[in-house]
Design a protein around this ligand. Structure first.
Ligand SMILES: Nc1ncnc2c1ncn2[C@@H]1O[C@H](COP(=O)(O)OP(=O)(O)OP(=O)(O)O)[C@@H](O)[C@H]1O
Ligand SMILES: [Mg+2]
Length: 383
């Protein structure tokens, strides 16, 4: 997939922009607080089905404006063009259209424009709480499989219902008449979720380890394992989950929520056998987060058969020169890339490069009449 064009009206500090992009590299440079991340946020809306920064859509509308509007022309790997449009109003109402036809809502477009984003906050995927890592797996699996996304939605809904049922029981208001029915759906969906996550992690793990080896030749191995809150002792996951729930029912009522299940699982990440979360340096954690995102892009491409658009927000901060050079080498040839940075980035690449600068939300494409863009625009040749 690639984004050919975008028209932006009133998106945060970007009042008006009409841009055409390269199918290779698009560099967006600008000082702090000029709108670089805002642009990526707008482009990524169609992948995530919502903003990656806020759950309040109206926050994305430019201050003082009453609506925002985005129109994108994207092209699939097979050459099919789609026109994607999003309008958001002050009351939070959103209208989404694909090729002129209204679609039901933001979440129904997840996966339509496969995308992978890396932002500085993504280091939390490595150093933060388990929820960050679960989200990473769930997002990857949802981009690949609509069935997984459906199971995830049902699991979350049933989990919420089940938790409120447990609270009612704890207060003596209910006797748990529907618990049996809820449990059956819960364990069934949980089985599908865990299966999907383990499959995705298996692929991510292989690719991430390979890339990590490439960056640190001869160094320690990067390892990832799925940590399940349900002990795997033979039998299907759903059966084990059900028997675990039955055993802990009284404790659940005492504590007021569902104690175990896919919503408590985690990924263990280690380098050379040492837990990265506890022992890793900041730069190393950041590198592993980048490597995980690169692996994610590769898995989406392979399993979905469509290349994701890759959006990299200030990716080189905190990486030393050697590591940056290596990362640039595998900054794939295979995807359309959008790369923001406060400083100009040197990169050697044969694919078309387009350079944009952004100042107070005004985006300007830099002309490339000084050197041949095929081998590197002015200041971009790397030696
Ligand atoms: N709804 C909005 N309306 C108008 N301006 C907004 C809105 N939301 C954010 N901004 C402005 O956008 C700017 C921040 O943009 P952004 O986060 O894209 O910066 P950036 O270029 O990525 O900077 P940095 O290099 O610090 O990450 C700020 O000046 C902020 O005031
Ligand atoms: Mg930013």
């Amino acid at each position: 997939m690639r984004i050919k064009k975008v028209e932006i009206t009133n998106f945060r500090n970007i009042k008006k922009a009409s841009l055409e992009f390269s199918s290779g590299f698009n560099f967006i440079t600008g000082l702090n607080a000029q709108g670089k991340t805002n642009l990526l946020e707008a482009l990524y809306l169609f992948s995530l089905g919502r903003s990656f920064r806020t759950r309040k859509r109206e926050e994305m509308i430019a201050l003082g404006a009453i609506f925002l509007f985005l129109r994108m022309v994207v092209e699939s790997d097979s050459g099919v063009e789609y026109i994607l449009e999003i309008g958001v109003e002050r009351d939070g109402r959103a209208r989404v259209k694909v090729n002129g036809d209204k679609v039901k809502g933001f979440s129904s477009i997840i996966g339509l424009m496969p995308g992978v984003i890396f932002t500085p906050q993504d280091v939390a995927m490595v150093s933060g709480a388990p929820g960050e890592r679960r989200t990473f797996l769930d997002y990857t699996a949802s981009q690949i499989s609509a069935d997984f996304l459906e199971s995830l939605k049902v699991y979350r809904r049933v989990l919420r219902q089940r938790n409120s049922q447990i609270k009612e029981m704890a207060m003596g208001r209910r006797g748990g008449e529907i618990m049996g029915a809820l449990d059956r759906v819960l364990v069934d969906k949980a089985g599908e979720l865990v299966k999907g996550r383990i499959m995705v992690l298996g692929e991510i793990r292989k690719k991430a380890a390979e890339m990590f080896r490439y960056v640190f030749t001869g160094g320690d191995e990067l390892e990832m394992v799925y940590i399940s809150s349900i002990k795997q002792t033979g039998g299907s996951y759903s059966e084990l989950f059900l028997s675990s729930i039955e055993k802990t029912r009284d404790e659940e009522i005492r504590r007021g929520y569902t104690l175990k299940g896919p919503h408590c699982d985690d990924i263990g990440i280690s380098i050379g056998g040492l837990d990265l979360r506890k022992y890793g340096s900041q730069g190393r954690k950041r590198l592993v987060a980048i490597v995980m995102k690169m692996a994610q892009a590769s898995v989406i491409k392979e399993k979905k058969g469509e290349s994701p658009v890759v959006l990299l927000d200030d990716i080189f901060a905190e990486l030393d020169n050697n590591v940056s050079t290596r990362v640039k080498e595998f900054l794939s040839e295979r995807y359309q890339n959008f790369i923001t940075s406060p400083v100009e980035i040197a990169i050697r690449n044969r694919r078309e490069i387009r350079n944009f600068t952004i100042h107070k939300g005004v985006i300007t494409e830099q002309s490339d009449d000084v050197e041949d863009i095929g081998t590197g625009a002015k200041g971009l040749g790397e030696d």
